[in-house]
Design a protein around this ligand. Structure first.
Ligand code: SAM
Length: 260
């Protein structure tokens, strides 16, 4: 049946760079350590390079989210046992997954990868493991240490919800069509829920405000909000008011967001 199909033309607007290398696919799927009781969600299954391997590992339940209608149709034909949801993953109701523990995996479309990861780590309380392929530069940001150039708003946010681990680099040559940049696979292990921020909205607002002016000193960015309490917090934490946003640790963003 597959041979009669017209060839799929990759859509750049949907970040369609399809994996061609079985070894890379295997390494990604191995990283999610599928167990028989697992509920797996794959974002952007495309032509099924990872889907087939995941289905073959026999998780209890397997759902894929694909935005491209023609690819979703093919996936329904090729994998009748897999639940194919035709949706924009950015619009997906992530909270609906909170009934059961799940693992989420995907070779993410680069144009929406950061936004998706931002949402998933903070909204899927039932996540037990995430494994995502992203642009190499985004992988560096997700796994950056405080005080380094790569540490940004995405780092500060994600690391209040999950530990991240740079797993491996992937060159453009293993995709068709080839992207212009390197990729990398990153693992996400959620932090215990008691470490999550009580008020994610306040944390998100603070992180966005600070990183819009990341070259400025904290005391300058927070001039309007500066008061004795804020000064005392800086003293207690041993943070200089002259420090810049990337010098705070993920926990310090949370602490500061409680005051401001
Ligand atoms: N998993 C396949 C692979 O590794 O070969 C395809 C990966 S390709 C980089 C990204 C996939 O995500 C494409 O199939 C694309 O149609 C789909 N996609 C793009 N934007 C999406 C979105 N907002 N929601 C769900 N799927 C999306």
């Amino acid at each position: 049946m597959t041979s009669e199909r017209p060839r799929h033309r990759a859509k750049k607007s949907l970040g369609q760079n399809f994996l061609q290398d079985p070894n890379v696919c295997r390494r990604i799927v191995d990283a999610i350590r599928i167990e028989p009781d697992d509920y797996i969600i794959e974002i952007g299954p495309g032509q099924g390079a990872l889907t087939g391997l995941i289905a073959g590992a026999g998780p209890r339940r397997f759902t894929v989210l694909e935005m491209d209608d023609s690819l979703a149709l093919r996936l329904e034909e090729d994998f009748p046992d897999v639940e194919v949801v035709r949706t924009d993953a950015l619009e997906f109701d992530w909270e609906s997954l909170n009934a059961a523990s799940c693992k989420i995996v995907g070779n993410l479309p680069y144009n929406v990868a950061s936004k998706l990861i931002w949402d998933i780590v903070s909204r899927v309380h039932s996540l037990s493991l995430g494994v995502f392929m992203v642009q190499h530069e985004v992988a560096m940001r997700l796994t950056a240490d405080p005080g380094t150039k790569a540490f940004g708003g995405l780092t500060a946010w994600v690391r209040n919800f999950a530990d991240t681990r740079y797993l491996f680099k992937v060159p453009p040559t293993v995709f068709k069509p080839r992207p212009k940049v390197d990729s990398a696979v990153v693992g996400f292990r959620p932090l215990p829920s008691e470490l999550w921020p009580d008020d994610p909205e306040a944390l998100s607002r603070l992180i966005k405000t600070l990183f819009q002016k990341r070259r400025k000193q904290l005391s300058t960015i927070l001039k309007q909000e500066w008061n004795e309490q804020v000064q005392a917090w800086f003293d207690e934490e041993g943070v200089s008011p002259k420090a810049r946003p990337e010098n705070l640790t993920p926990e310090q963003f949370q602490g500061l967001s409680r005051l401001i």
